[in-house]
Design a protein around this ligand. Structure first.
Ligand SMILES: [Zn+2]
Length: 174
């Protein structure tokens, strides 16, 4: 959690086979997000989490996100993910938030400029194989938010400080 600077560090590649400790961490990340979406959960609801958010510098994240554009809910746990394709511009209408950024931190308001469509590849912990997946809209935004955590980048780094709610040319507002 900010102001702890560890969230700004770059995470390291995960080695295989996965150790017991790593599997434990993965299961905890999945539980954390799934529980946060349950009715009556006392805390911030999350749609994704990277290992660094629990204090571990491992290149992996979990996503459990609803759809925009009529896609079903998507759950995936990616290890050593890489974004291999990005297309078109997009931002969420009301900006973004993060489980690791407290509400007292200034400068969080504004459009977070990202891509509308991304293709990501990596090892799926849920499917136990290398996968490549293409996502658009809200789920693509979540992928980019989590992928940024692996490199110490936070969502408000992508807000234009001088024109916080100004849409870019050809940017889709979701
Ligand atoms: Zn975050």
């Amino acid at each position: 959690m900010l102001p702890n600077k560890k969230i700004r560090e770059k995470s390291k590649k995960v080695n295989f086979p996965l150790t017991k400790e790593k599997i434990n961490l993965i299961e905890n990340m999945i539980k954390y997000i799934d529980n946060s979406q349950k009715i009556g959960f006392n805390g911030k609801e999350g749609v994704g989490i990277a290992a660094i958010q629990l204090g571990f510098l491992d290149r992996m994240y979990y996503i459990n996100a609803p759809s925009s554009d009529g896609q079903p809910v998507w759950k995936e746990f990616l290890i050593n993910p890489i974004i291999i394709k990005k297309k078109k511009l997009a931002a969420l209408e009301y900006g973004e938030a993060c489980l690791s950024v407290g509400t007292e931190i200034p400068g969080q308001e504004g459009l977070v400029h990202r891509n509308y469509e991304v293709t990501v590849k990596g090892y799926s912990y849920l499917q136990k194989k290398e996968i490549q997946i293409n996502k658009v809209g809200y789920q693509a935004i979540i992928i980019q938010h989590e992928q940024d955590h692996l490199d110490g980048i936070l969502f408000f780094d992508k807000i234009d400080k001088f024109k916080i709610w100004e849409k870019k040319e050809n940017e889709k507002i979701i």
